[in-house]
Design a protein around this ligand. Structure first.
Ligand SMILES: [Zn+2]
Length: 71
């Protein structure tokens, strides 16, 4: 599914706000909610839209993309 299409369909499960795509190496890696300062990870091209799976934006920005790809 196209990223723009995903962004149109998906909303933050906490605040129902709009999301911003975060890309790593040209791949969609996460969907960020600016209001909640949370990032919903995209695993195997599937967005994980669960508040309990969300990563704080500061932790997301601090983590190594290389580590994420191996996880
Ligand atoms: Zn939110």
């Amino acid at each position: 599914m196209e990223t723009q299409e995903l962004l149109r369909i998906l909303a933050c499960p906490r605040c129902l706000g709009s999301l911003t795509a975060l890309e790593e190496h040209g791949n969609l890696a996460g969907l960020a909610c600016a209001a909640c300062q949370l990032v919903y990870p995209v695993k195997d091209h599937i967005p994980v839209m669960l508040p309990e799976e969300a990563i704080e934006r500061t932790a997301w920005d601090a983590r190594s993309p290389a580590d994420a790809e191996k996880a």
